[in-house]
Design a protein around this ligand. Structure first.
Ligand code: CA
Length: 231
C-alpha cells in the first residue's frame, strides 16, 4: 500500500483530499505545516507528496527543495493559475500540478498516474529460479538464462517453458500446452508441441538426449524436471 503525504494548511480541503485518497486505497499522512512536511517526507514513509504551494510557515517551493533528497514524487497544489506558475512548479521538481479549485477525483487519478510512472521496473513480475539457479526465468525482461547463459527463445518456446514452470513437477498434456501457447502461435497440433519441445531442449538441456529440464512423461505429456528455488 502506498502512503501519500498531504501538505495543505486549509483543514477542510486537507480532510477532503484525505478521504478521497483513503477511499482509493492509500494510507494518508497529513500536515498543515511545511516544516513538518519536510520531516515526514525525509522519513522515507511517503511514496508521494501532495504539496500546497501556499503554506503559512515554509513556502511550498522551499519544502519541495528540501525534500528533493528523498526522491519522492511531488504533486503540487496551487491557487495560482497560469503557465508561469506551472513552469515554476515543474522546475522545482514537481511531477504534476493541479490548480485550485480542483475535482478531488481528478487529484486521485493524477496521484495514481504519478505512482505508476515511478514504479520500479519489473517490480510486479518476479524472477523465478529453478534447480539451484540452473534455470532462471525473468518474465519482466522476457529472458531465460541456463547455467549462466542467456538463451534466446521463440515466442512458442517461451510460452511452453513459462507454462511448464508455472507448476514444476506437474504433468501437462500436449493439449494443455497448446492452450498455454494460444495467442503466441496458431499452429496447434500435438506433434508441433513435440517439435517445439525438441527445439527447447536443444537450447536448454546439457544433454538433449537425456533431458532433465523439460522431461517427457510416458503416456502423459511434459513436465518441468527442476524444482523451484526458495528465494
Ligand atoms: Ca494554502
Amino acid at each position: 500500500m502506498h502512503t501519500v503525504l498531504v501538505v495543505e494548511d486549509e483543514r477542510k480541503l486537507r480532510e477532503l483530499v484525505r478521504s478521497y485518497l483513503e477511499r482509493a486505497g492509500f494510507a494518508v499522512l497529513t500536515t498543515g505545516s511545511g516544516a513538518e512536511a519536510i520531516k515526514l517526507a525525509l522519513s522515507g514513509d511517503p511514496s508521494l507528496v501532495i504539496l500546497d504551494l501556499g503554506l503559512p510557515d515554509v513556502p511550498g517551493e522551499e519544502v519541495a527543495r528540501e525534500i528533493r533528497p528523498a526522491q519522492v514524487p511531488i504533486l503540487m497544489l496551487t491557487a495560482k493559475s497560469g503557465d508561469e506558475d506551472r513552469i515554476r512548479g515543474l522546475e522545482l521538481g514537481a511531477d504534476d500540478y493541479v490548480t485550485k479549485p480542483f475535482v478531488p477525483r481528478e487529484l486521485v487519478l493524477r496521484a495514481q498516474a504519478i505512482l505508476r510512472r515511478h514504479a520500479p521496473q519489473g517490480a510486479t513480475t518476479a524472477v523465478a529460479r529453478f534447480g539451484d539457479g540452473e534455470l532462471v526465468i525473468d518474465e519482466g525482461r522476457r529472458e531465460v538464462t541456463v547455467r549462466g547463459t542467456t538463451v534466446p527463445l521463440t515466442p512458442t518456446e517461451w510460452a511452453l517453458l513459462v507454462g511448464l514452470a508455472a507448476s514444476p513437477g506437474r504433468v501437462y498434456s500436449r493439449s494443455e500446452l497448446i492452450n498455454r501457447t494460444r495467442g503466441y502461435e496458431y499452429e496447434g497440433y500435438e506433434r508441433t508441441v513435440d517439435s517445439h519441445v525438441k527445439n527447447l531442449r536443444r537450447k536448454l538441456e546439457h544433454d538433449p538426449s537425456e533431458p532433465r529440464i523439460v522431461e517427457t512423461v510416458l503416456g502423459g505429456g511434459y513436465r518441468l524436471g527442476l524444482t523451484r528455488d526458495r528465494t
